[in-house]
Ligand binder design. Structure first.
Ligand code: CTP
Length: 153
């Protein structure tokens, strides 16, 4: 019988930490089910993504080790999903350690080590350096530099 593994996440700006986690989770069983947080659910947590829900869902659904990606619309859906999909293992990265221990009465709960030095938040910070204000400042500085360089021609 298939051993079903379940996880949830936002998976914004899909990165190597996400891939490592999904592959490690898949290795624990035969079938990997992934709940992807909707934009509305994220908004209720005060979280805004760069990539919209429909695209994040498609990206996760098309990762080789993922068997099925479903929307995650609210905190309370976990027990229903575990029952509906006959889940054996619920797993998350260890930034969530202990947070879902209450589910141990219906399946095994595991927290796997996160991949170091990468997160959607840090990538967003990097991208913000490229916002319009910074680009305008860079253009202005380049203009000044080229004027100075021209003087030496
Ligand atoms: N994850 C991981 N290693 C990372 C980043 C995330 O194992 N370096 C895991 C998280 O622990 C979670 C899953 O990937 O179980 C989805 O996490 P998500 O919150 O979508 O990604 P983050 O990069 O942590 O996003 P944010 O910075 O917005 O929290």
């Amino acid at each position: 019988m298939n051993k079903v593994v379940l996880t949830y996440g936002t998976f914004d700006l899909f990165h190597i930490g996400h891939l490592n986690l999904l592959q490690r989770l898949k290795d624990l069983g035969d079938y990997l089910l992934v709940g992807v947080s909707t934009d509305e659910f994220n908004a209720s947590k005060g979280k805004q993504t760069v990539v919209r829900f429909e695209d994040r869902l498609r990206i996760v659904q098309n990762i080789k080790c993922v068997d099925l990606a479903i929307p995650e619309t609210h905190w309370e859906q976990k027990r229903g999903d575990i029952e509906k999909h006959d889940v054996s293992i619920f797993g998350m990265g260890n930034d969530w350690s202990g947070k879902f221990d209450a589910l141990r009465d219906c399946c095994e709960v595991v927290y796997l080590p996160r991949t170091d030095d990468v997160s959607s938040t840090s990538m967003k910070k990097l991208l913000s350096v490229l916002d319009k204000t910074h680009i305008d400042e860079l253009k202005q500085a380049l203009g000044i530099l080229s004027t100075i360089i021209d003087r030496f021609d």
